[in-house]
Design a protein around this ligand. Structure first.
Ligand SMILES: C[S@@+](CC[C@H](N)C(=O)[O-])C[C@H]1O[C@@H](n2cnc3c(N)ncnc32)[C@H](O)[C@@H]1O
Length: 291
C-alpha cells in the first residue's frame, strides 16, 4: 500500500502529540533556552507593537510571551488539535477576533491572509516537515507575501545532523531500531527523513537542512539573511544534565547569558538542535526605476 502523502502524516502526528507539544517549551530549562533565544531574536529585529504571524505555531506557546512583549500575535497551524489548544490560550489572553487570529492553515497556502498583513513572521515548524523543494519554496513565497516589504522572518530549522544526535540522546531500543532501518546515506545526502517505524508517535517525516542551503532558499525568494544562531548553543541535546544542574533562576540567567554570547559561533551551528535564522523580506524597492 502506498504511504499517505507526507503532509497528512505530519498533520496526524501533531494531532496525536498535542499534549506533548503544549508542554514542550515550558517543560524544562533546556526548552526554555530555545524559547528565550527565539524571543530575543524577535525583540532584536522586530519593532514592538508589530503584528506577527506564528506560522506552525502549534498550541500557541509563543502567544503569551509575544503579547507580554507588546506584539500582536496571530497564529496558524496545520493541525486542528493544535489550533484548538492555541485558541484556548488566545481566549485566556483576550486576543480578538479569536477565529481569525488563530486559524488552521498549511504554510504553503496562506490565502486566508491578505498580502502585507503582518510586520513579521515566526516560522518554527513548517520547514521541519516540508520535504519537497517545491513545497518549501511555495511556503516561503506565501510567508513572504503575507509579510509587508522589509518585514522580518524568524525561522527555526533542524540541521542535517539533528536526527543522529536525537537518536543518541534517546538511546532507547526503539531509537536503535530506527537507526538500523533509516537509510542514513540518503538522509545525510538529501536531508529527507521518512519515519521507518510503524509507531506513529516516533518522529514523523522531516527535512534536515544544511544552513547554507536554507540561507540560499531565503535569498532565492529575495530575502536578506540578517542573523544565524543556534537556539541552544553549547547546551544542544543536553536536556537531562541541565535539568538537575540549573536549579535556580540565577543559574538559568547565567547560562542564558552564555548561550546568547556563543549562539552564533560557526562551530555550533551544524551541531545545533534548532537553528534560528532571521531574514528581512524584500524591500519592494528592487526594480523600481527612477523617472
Ligand atoms: C515542533 S511543533 C512547533 C510548534 C511551535 N512553533 C513551537 O515552537 O512551540 C511544529 C508545528 O508545525 C506545524 N506544521 C508542520 N508543518 C506545517 C505546515 N506545512 N503548515 C503549517 N504548520 C505546520 C505542526 O502542526 C506543529 O504544530
Amino acid at each position: 500500500m502506498r504511504p499517505p502523502p507526507s503532509i497528512a502524516r505530519v498533520r496526524r502526528y501533531y494531532d496525536r502529540t498535542v499534549t506533548h507539544e503544549k508542554q514542550r517549551l515550558d517543560e524544562n530549562v533546556y526548552r526554555r533556552l530555545e524559547r528565550d533565544m527565539t524571543l530575543r531574536l524577535i525583540e532584536q529585529h522586530t519593532p514592538r507593537g508589530a503584528k506577527l504571524l506564528d506560522v506552525g505555531g502549534g498550541p500557541g506557546a509563543y502567544l503569551e510571551p509575544l503579547t507580554r512583549l507588546g506584539y500582536q500575535a496571530w497564529l496558524c497551524d496545520l493541525s486542528a488539535a493544535n489550533v484548538r489548544r492555541a485558541r484556548e490560550r488566545a481566549r485566556a489572553l483576550g486576543l480578538q477576533p479569536l477565529t481569525e487570529r488563530i486559524r488552521q492553515a498549511n504554510a504553503t497556502d496562506l490565502r486566508a491572509y491578505r498580502s502585507g498583513t503582518f510586520g513579521g513572521a515566526l516560522v518554527a515548524g513548517p520547514f521541519y516537515h516540508l520535504l519537497e523543494r517545491s513545497a518549501q519554496e511555495q511556503a516561503l513565497a506565501e510567508i513572504v507575501r503575507v509579510v509587508q516589504p522589509g518585514g522580518v522572518l524568524v525561522c527555526n530549522v533542524l540541521p542535517r545532523l539533528h536526527p543522529l544526535r536525537y537518536l543518541v540522546r534517546e538511546a532507547s531500543a526503539q531509537s536503535w531500531r530506527c537507526l538500523t532501518r533509516v537509510d542514513t546515506d540518503a538522509l545525510l545526502d538529501s536531508g529527507t527523513y521518512r519515519n521507518p517505524l510503524t509507531d506513529p508517535l516516533f518522529f514523523t517525516d522531516a527535512y534536515f537542512w544544511r544552513i547554507e542551503e536554507f540561507c540560499a532558499l531565503l535569498r532565492s525568494a529575495g530575502c536578506q539573511v540578517l542573523d544565524v544562531a543556534s537556539a541552544e548553543s553549547f547546551c544542544a541535546f543536553a536536556d537531562d544534565s541541565l535539568a538537575a544542574w540549573v536549579n535556580s533562576e540565577a543559574r538559568y540567567r547565567r547560562l542564558f547569558a552564555l548561550v546568547e554570547q556563543t549562539a552564533r559561533d560557526p562551530g555550533l551551528i551544524g551541531a545545533a538542535e534548532h537553528i534560528l535564522v532571521v531574514a528581512s523580506t524584500p524591500s519592494g524597492k528592487k526594480g523600481v526605476r527612477k523617472a
